[in-house]
Design a protein around this ligand. Structure first.
Ligand code: ZN
Length: 428
């Protein structure tokens, strides 16, 4: 029943453009809106629970097929690389000639919104329809969010060679299938991974459009912004090892309670985050996951696991934060007579984006009468992975009330259209 519903939605969207025709020379918000709605109809969930497209699910594949089909109606060809990313170029362009690259992702967090990732895919799709043979390649990166296989940005990381066959064989989804196994149905091919990497000679640069996922632009009543830097991100796993025992018969003085120790660690992390954010407002530190063993009302726990997500555009602040985090856990461990270990799970440095491309975006916006401020990105995006290889920047569109990764996520169609016009004037 569930599958039927998105298939209906998917099908009704297809016949509205004529095969083989290049549709026009203007950017049309109505087409952008229809794309957003058609992709939203490719949903593993029910709309009242938001939008769910786990990577390599049927809903995800239907969304991908929709974009490939629409591009083909506009006269563009597609291919899928060894990591499962889709590449689309105008029929009359070769795969070798240097074009601009633009795109984002179609996978979502569970019960996410309609715009995250999707808006960055429909923007270049509209450019393929609005221009005749634009110097543009549309890319759909696989598994950006990290909620399906436990690690984000996998498609782009595999394309640049930062994760390999072994990593993709080790990472599994909730069905226990590895990325390679689940992706085999959708073009993933480990034998071609090493040879099908990004070739910088085929690209002039990369532009990703994305909702801001914060309050800045919406509160300033600003439609669009250029992104100058993407925050670095470090993630840690903290294990607090105490002594499990009976909650009734163990005197307070005899306890090695890891839950109480973890509470001190969490409170300390908030203090560190607040301190560091005074040096730079984009610096943030979050404990988002707690696992208590055995997690029972009448048992003093034996172990607590915590996750820490730490981001800043400033490398020195990332170093300082890591030092303080280690000192905090050492002090609490000594104080409470238990073991606290901390291990690094991810380390993505801050990524300054291409100043020349940002300048071109600002100029193009000016020529259209749009003021384009430059901002930093708090969230990590595929653009951060591509930036070391190609001149890269991003366009942010405003997110209503800063809400993202939630069914209420909303961005204005006219803001996507404005960003698309800026991109059209820049990527020529
Ligand atoms: Zn996204």
């Amino acid at each position: 029943m569930k599958r039927y519903r998105w298939k209906i939605g998917f099908r009704t969207c297809i016949p509205t453009t004529a095969r083989g025709s290049v549709i026009g020379n203007t950017i049309r918000p109505d087409r952008i809106e229809r794309d957003i709605e058609c992709i939203a109809a490719c949903n593993d969930s029910t709309p009242d629970l938001g939008y769910s497209r786990p990577t390599f699910s049927e809903a995800w594949a239907a969304a991908r097929d929709y974009v490939i089909e629409q591009a083909s109606l506009a006269g563009a060809k597609s291919r899928i690389d060894a990591a499962g990313n889709v590449h689309i170029r105008p029929d009359r362009r070769t795969w070798e000639e240097p074009l601009w690259l633009s795109g984002s992702h179609l996978d979502s967090v569970p019960s996410g919104g309609k715009f995250d990732g999707v808006s960055g895919v429909v923007m270049p799709l509209e450019l393929l329809r609005a221009r005749i043979d634009p110097p543009l390649e549309l890319v759909i990166f696989a598994e950006e969010e990290g909620t399906t296989f436990g690690m984000g940005l996998l498609g782009s990381r595999a394309w640049v060679g930062r994760v390999g066959r072994d990593d993709l064989a080790r990472l599994t989804n909730r069905h226990g299938e590895s990325y390679l196994e689940a992706g085999a149905r959708y073009g993933v091919d480990p034998d071609r991974l090493d040879t099908e990497r990004i070739d910088a000679s085929r690209y002039r640069g990369f532009l990703e459009l994305h909702p801001e996922q914060g309050l800045g632009l919406w509160n300033d009543n600003q439609a669009v912004a250029a992104v100058g830097t993407i925050n670095g991100r470090r993630q840690y796993r903290i294990e607090v090892e105490g002594r499990g025992n009976h909650a009734g018969s163990t005197r307070m003085a005899d306890r090695r309670d890891p839950v109480a120790a973890a509470a001190h660690v969490i409170a300390g992390i908030e203090v560190i985050g607040r301190d560091l954010s005074e040096g730079c407002g984009h610096t943030v530190m979050t404990v988002g996951r707690i696992a208590v063993e055995p997690n029972a009302i009448n048992v003093i726990a034996s172990r607590v696991g915590l996750s820490v997500d730490f981001r800043s555009p400033d490398r020195a602040l990332l170093e300082e934060g890591e030092r303080r985090l280690k000192r905090l856990t050492e002090e609490i461990a000594v104080d409470r007579g238990l073991n606290i270990s901390i291990s690094s799970e991810d380390d993505q440095p801050p990524e300054p984006l291409d100043a020349e491309l940002v300048r071109r975006l600002v100029e193009a916006a000016e020529s259209l009468g749009v003021r384009l401020p430059t901002v930093a990105s708090g969230a990590l995006h595929d653009a951060a992975i591509i930036a070391p290889y190609l001149p890269t920047s991003m366009l942010f569109i405003a997110s209503r009330d800063g809400i993202s990764h939630h069914p209420d996520e909303y961005s204005r169609i006219e803001d996507i259209a404005t960003a698309t016009r800026i991109a059209a004037a820049t990527l020529s």
